[in-house]
Ligand binder design. Structure first.
Ligand SMILES: NC(=O)c1ccc[n+]([C@@H]2O[C@H](COP(=O)([O-])OP(=O)(O)OC[C@H]3O[C@@H](n4cnc5c(N)ncnc54)[C@H](OP(=O)(O)O)[C@@H]3O)[C@@H](O)[C@H]2O)c1
Length: 290
């Protein structure tokens, strides 16, 4: 079975590639910069140099591939949803023109809304494009990655996180490594077909207040969290030079959940994964703070 992995140096992809290697598979990795792969990993994979936003390159890369782990790359330009549109088109063409029969897609809780959730609207568009492409497809609706805290190093050093949702509102927080484990199992399994959706919720729903407490304990520094008005957040983002569309995309990922959103997938034994935020914060995050 030929398995391809998009974004193999990403938060989930790097673990997925390692798990597949340990399972005896030699994955094909779709990477725009293979130099980012560790040399020992590089020896255990095949590489197709591929920009995931380039549909022609993706179609060529997946020739002969049976199963694909697809990631919409994090947007880098001024129009995030336009980039998600390109990624959605590439993913669909991997199936319709590249002949891939099975796709596991890294989606998010909230994609079921389809609209009104900022960047997650882009993941929804990819779900829809894949649904129409004709392959067996599994959408992994992931919770909030622990690793998102890595984008908040300065705020955490300063001891104060600022968020847009109520600090006592729980949401699922998940280890990217656990997502990789679910993805690997599904990529290797022959026990499913058709269209499926599976949530990956991590071990517990946590509020931002709980997260601040857990991280504070793990890193041995004081950490608090405050909710700030949406306009203040928008203004701070504009001050960093972000485009209007970029600000909307980021803000929407918080405000889009404030309308009484009920997830399509409830937490269950199937969606609950084991790795704790406390262990990740102590083992992986604390060293980043220096
Ligand atoms: N963060 C969350 O909480 C969350 C939750 C659910 C879903 N998601 C979705 O997961 C995806 C990304 O997750 P992430 O933010 O953690 O990022 P990430 O997986 O760390 O993504 C970065 C990876 O994407 C690769 N990449 C970037 N642009 C590329 C391109 N044009 N072509 C090929 N490879 C490219 C990078 O490769 P290089 O080595 O070449 O730089 C790097 O490996 C997004 O679609 C996001 O919406 C995120």
């Amino acid at each position: 079975m030929r398995i391809a992995v998009a974004a193999p140096t990403g938060h989930v992809g790097r673990h997925l590639v390692s798990i597949l290697i340990r399972a005896g598979v030699r994955p094909l990795v779709l990477s725009r910069d293979p130099a980012g792969l560790a040399s020992d990993i590089r020896a255990e994979v095949d590489v197709a140099v591929t920009d995931l936003l380039d549909g022609d390159a993706v179609v060529e890369a997946v020739s002969g591939v049976d199963s694909l782990y697809w990631v919409d790359p994090p947007p880098a330009g001024d129009d995030p949803l336009a980039e998600y549109g390109l990624a959605a088109a590439s993913a669909a063409r991997a199936v319709t023109e590249g002949g891939v029969g099975r796709v596991v897609f890294q989606s998010s809780v909230g994609a079921e809304k389809r609209h009104g959730v900022g960047e997650i609207d882009g993941l929804a568009a990819t779900e829809v494009a894949l649904d129409h492409a004709g392959a067996d497809v599994l959408h992994l609706r992931c919770g909030y990655f622990f690793t998102n805290l890595e984008y908040q190093l300065d705020a955490i050093r300063a001891g104060m996180l600022q968020v847009l949702i109520p600090v006592d509102k729980p949401m699922p927080w998940v280890s990217p490594r656990d997502i990789a484990e679910v993805a690997a199992g599904r990529l290797l399994s022959k026990e499913w077909s058709g269209r499926q959706v599976q949530a990956v919720h991590g071990p517990a729903d946590l509020t931002w207040r709980q997260v601040a407490g857990i991280v504070s304990e793990a890193i041995g520094r004081p950490l608090d969290v405050e909710r700030i008005p949406e306009e203040d957040m928008r203004s701070a983002m504009r001050g960093l030079g972000m485009s209007a569309a970029g600000v909307d995309s980021l803000v929407g990922m918080s405000t889009g959940f404030l309308d009484g959103f009920e997830p399509e997938q409830q937490r269950s034994v199937r969606s609950t994964t084991p790795s704790s935020l406390a262990a990740w914060a102590y083992g992986e995050f604390r060293p980043l703070l220096g």
